[in-house]
Design a protein. Structure first.
Length: 196
């Protein structure tokens, strides 16, 4: 479980084919300081397991399903990565509950910059908007954000200068893919309504 608060903007140092998946090595900076083998760390909002530690370099294995359903399949050397360690019991929850299980890949549809502030519109797959509501929560590449407007096939978020500077979001351009995770509560409500 995560909070959607990026701890460090890491950088991919290598990507290697490993059977049907890929071994991704990330320079995790301070996030690597207390990392342990088997620990869960969100990479762009996707929960991955630490399978190797070499100083500040952490290795992760991404299987075929992860590569197909997230933007991790597009990782290459020097790709920036939003990193967050999993929550511990008793941690302050400053964002919202994020599981690290990506629901879909969306794409930046429109970027409206106003000096150091921005409004982003993201295009989403059919049906995903049913799990979204204005002023609700969404994780975009692992960043906890508040939904502003929700339309059938897209939604908007307002980004402050700090978020744009310390996460991958500030580098996004129209067409770029992002990992999306809708609010956990919204998923359960939709499931109950569908079964009711």
């Amino acid at each position: 479980m995560f909070a959607g608060l990026v701890e460090h903007l890491g950088r991919v140092v290598s990507v290697a084919v490993d059977g049907p998946g890929r071994r991704i090595v990330v320079d995790a900076g301070p996030v690597a300081a207390d990392a342990e083998m088997g620990a869960s760390i969100a990479n762009n909002g996707c929960c991955l397991t630490v399978v190797g530690i070499d100083g500040t370099h952490l290795s992760f294995d991404a299987g075929p399903e992860t590569l197909k359903k997230t933007n991790l399949g597009g990782f290459e050397v020097d790709t920036p990565v939003n990193l967050e360690r999993s929550l511990k019991l008793g941690d302050r929850l400053g964002g919202h509950f994020v599981t690290g299980h990506v629901d879909a890949v969306g794409h930046l549809d429109e970027r409206l910059d106003d000096e150091d502030w921005s409004t982003f519109w993201f295009r989403i797959p059919d049906g995903l908007a049913r799990q979204m509501a204005g002023k609700g929560s969404i994780a975009v590449d692992g960043v906890s954000l508040t939904l502003v407007d929700v339309e059938p096939n897209r939604f908007s978020v307002a980004l402050i200068p700090h978020t744009l500077a310390v996460t991958t979001l500030g580098r996004l351009q129209p067409g770029d893919p992002v990992n999306l995770e809708t609010d956990l509560l919204a998923k359960y409500v939709q499931q109950q309504l569908a079964m009711g």
